[in-house]
Write a protein that binds this ligand. Sequence first.
Ligand SMILES: [Zn+2]
Ligand SMILES: [Zn+2]
Length: 606
Amino acid sequence: MIVDVVFDLPVPHPFSYCVPPGLTVTPGQRVRAPLGSQARVGLVVAAREGDEEKLKPLAGVAESGPILSRSELELARWIADESLSSWGSTVAALLPPAPRSATEGMPAPPEWASGGGERPFLLTGGDREQRLLARLAEEARDRGILVVAAEIDAAAAWSDRLRAALKAPVARLDSGMAEGERWSAWMALAHGAVRIGVGTRSALLAPAPAPATLVLLDENDPAHKPPGPPRIHSRDVVLERARREGSRLYLTAAAPSAESWWRADEGRLQRVPEGPSPWPRVSVVDVRGTLRTQPLSPLLRGAMKETLAANGRVLLLVTRIGSAMACNECGFLVRCPECGIAMAFSRARREKACRLCRRADPAPETCPNCHGRQLAPLGWGTERVEQAVRAEFRRYRIVRDDAESGRGRARAAHDSGAQVVVGTRAALRAFIPRGPSLIGFISPDPVLRLPDFRAGERAFSLLWAAAEKVGGDRVVIQTQHPTHYAVRAAADQDLAGFYKHELGFRAELGYPPFRRLCLLTIRSRTEGVAKRLAQGLEQELSALGGLTVYPPAPLGRSPRAPRWQIVLKGGDDLPARLSSLLGPSRDRRSDGRGIIEVEMDPVDLA
Ligand SMILES: [Zn+2]
Ligand SMILES: [Zn+2]
């Protein structure tokens, strides 16, 4: 017998081996096989009869039986095709590491009854997590449950919550656990010994006792699409899995992705009706032409004094200083006339440039709107804000927390009884279970001005999550864009209003969910070769027709690792069309001169 085996390598095609006498293997099983000079672990994707003569034999099995059923194997191939990743790297990323020695008694992984099922649910609203827990408690009686979180911390927290609320054992599948434990957790679910699984991305193919309920928490979180294969958002995977498996699916979010809102508008997701959440009093402070020398407006200072006097806690949120050009007098933002996204300003080159279409113009000296001369990136760092707070509020305990993922430290700040926390977005998550009484946005403008079509969604989701966290108390937003629809919708608790505007913008300019984007990055040893490869590829892509191909441009300025990038727009069939063009080596075409990396549906352009 011949088996086809895929490995964790950036090549899409399987390698064939013959099966030595006495060994039985089936598709979905992990084996050891000679590759180059060593034996590596791979996954059998097919078994067939044929001419075995020229083939090397397998070295042995890595597990006593298949870890993936045929249905799961097919889903893995769909993921690889959709994301232009290799099949082998996809399964390697989505399976627990194989045990050191093959263990007996592996249960047969379940084949999925073919599809059908109900429309997935979209859960929003401040009490969505309690409502989800109540539903899961009900469903756990006769259903298997698999919960996928964006990050390990969240998976750990949800594992505890589910164990407490459902009074049942929970199998944790994420890489916060030791390798052996992850494998055992997978087996426990496959056996049905444990009926509730929690993990991150690496749980996407995990077995769940049928009938299954799948949950994707915080479906709008960009962390659901981390770097590395398979380059696909976990939301796309769970939607496809639920369809094939016939399972129930819940997506949750404070403010959903525009993609999910649109799916719900189309009737492909069902929104779960909810009562109105408590909403804070939101003050929008117009800071155009003010706040040049210090970051706190009189209104924010006043709100802080009131809150602190009443023993409330204050969180001041600071966002990274952006590169976009905007007028500090009137708030005018320089956007690309073609793409509608903010143009980045380069002081060195006295130039403004579009991240997408690469249009570059000389930077204007004065504001095209008000002719003011304050045209520059503007923002405040956390240190500067902390200084200003210390100068004004000497008697209070003030803590700065600006680690990008500073959960541990922010927790410490929380526990130390800090009365004012100056922090970045991560600090918001540390306020559990109760939010602060006042959240002040020093300025969400750098997010609104990201040179990315998702700038509005990013800013809105930050403002919305903050307001939800504060609940009935108070939010102050200092901004030069007081009438921006993201700011207005957050202030007015108008979720639908935001998406109406946002989806209108996306439709008009052809952004997701209406069209798909792809980034092609070309690496080579020299700048000249990278450039020539990029230009050649651009011509081939343009010849395909039906795609929007933006001109190639160099990425960064590192002479040691030259990179060029091409941005593409196309329809739903974009992966299939690219696959045929990029040929047999698909996601990395290496002809000895350069490497092409493909990023389908990027979550970040900035
Ligand atoms: Zn442009
Ligand atoms: Zn102006």
